[in-house]
Design a binder for this molecule. Structure first.
Ligand code: ZN
Length: 288
């Protein structure tokens, strides 16, 4: 199961609004195929691993970090693929609290004679799925608060971040959907808020609370930036032009409802995010 979790990590930050899930097909104690969910709308981890295993999956075991789904979303149910492949036993880590799954996947497999074993490496799998659990049960994003703090508990007035902490920040930026800062931070630090030093890294949606200066460097980074401001505050024409130039449109507020379901519709596109867009990323970090 820990190998399956390692697979899941390959999709971290790319699967929104779905969870990052990994799967293995094991035969006679040997891993014969691996898979991870790569992006919403694409095949789930189980299906990818089973496709790779082909006919060798018949009579084999499947390990998956989250309970297999049994509903039709953007892709067919994984339970169907598991049954069609002739898998003998399924071992999974976390129960999926998604109301569309919630034990149905396990029950369908068991009823069809598949040996189902839940809760394998449960703590680790649950930890891996925490952002998903929060999103699907509360409709709220998983938030990571990042702050540079001295050992005596004071927020830094100077540079105290080291190489290791900076590397971790860039990893988080790559793995989380959005990064949130105040306009004051943008004015004071003029940060890039981009991902650097991470192979194949991608910039998160940059959300700025308030009006950033039109010449802010982050507005010129690849990816989208979205100012979130009170409806009383109107964007200046100069700022609007800058934001539009970087792929951000300025318009009226529209709050998107939290979506539910492992194959549920994603958020408004991060390209062309709207003014005060209140997008609901599965996860976000604050940083500077
Ligand atoms: Zn599935």
């Amino acid at each position: 199961m820990r190998l399956a979790l390692r697979e899941a990590e390959k999709g971290r930050g790319r699967t929104h609004p779905n969870p990052a899930v990994g799967a293995l097909v094991v035969r006679n104690g040997r891993v014969i195929a691996r898979g991870h969910h790569e992006k919403a709308g694409g095949p789930h981890a189980e299906v990818i691993a089973l496709r790779k295993a082909g006919s060798r999956a018949r009579g084999a075991d499947l390990y998956v970090s989250l309970e297999p789904c049994n509903h039709i979303g953007r892709t067919p149910p994984c339970t169907e693929a598991i049954l069609a492949a002739g898998v003998k036993r399924v071992f999974y880590g976390s129960d999926d609290p998604n109301p569309l799954v919630d034990g149905h996947g396990a029950r369908v497999l068991a009823r069809q004679g598949v040996g189902v074993h839940a809760g394998i490496a449960k703590d680790e799998c649950d930890a891996s799925n925490e952002p998903w659990f929060k999103f699907i049960t509360q409709g709220l994003p998983w938030v990571v608060l990042k702050a540079a703090i001295t050992l005596d508990g004071k927020l830094s007035g100077g540079t105290i971040s080291g190489e290791q902490s900076r590397a971790l920040v860039h990893l988080w930026r790559d793995q989380l959907d959005a990064i949130l800062v105040g306009a004051g931070t943008v004015r004071a630090d003029d940060p890039l808020l981009s991902v650097r030093g991470v192979p194949n890294g991608r910039n998160p949606l940059r959300v700025i609370l308030g009006m950033p200066p039109p010449k802010a460097r982050l507005l010129r980074q690849p990816g989208a930036a979205s100012p979130a401001c009170s409806s009383k505050a109107a964007p200046t024409s100069t700022a609007s032009s800058s934001l539009e130039a970087c792929g951000t449109s300025c318009g009226s507020s529209s709050r998107r409802k939290s979506s539910a379901g492992r194959n549920c519709p994603g958020p408004a596109s991060t390209k062309g995010a709207t003014w005060n867009s209140a997008t609901s990323p599965a996860s976000a970090t604050t940083s500077c």
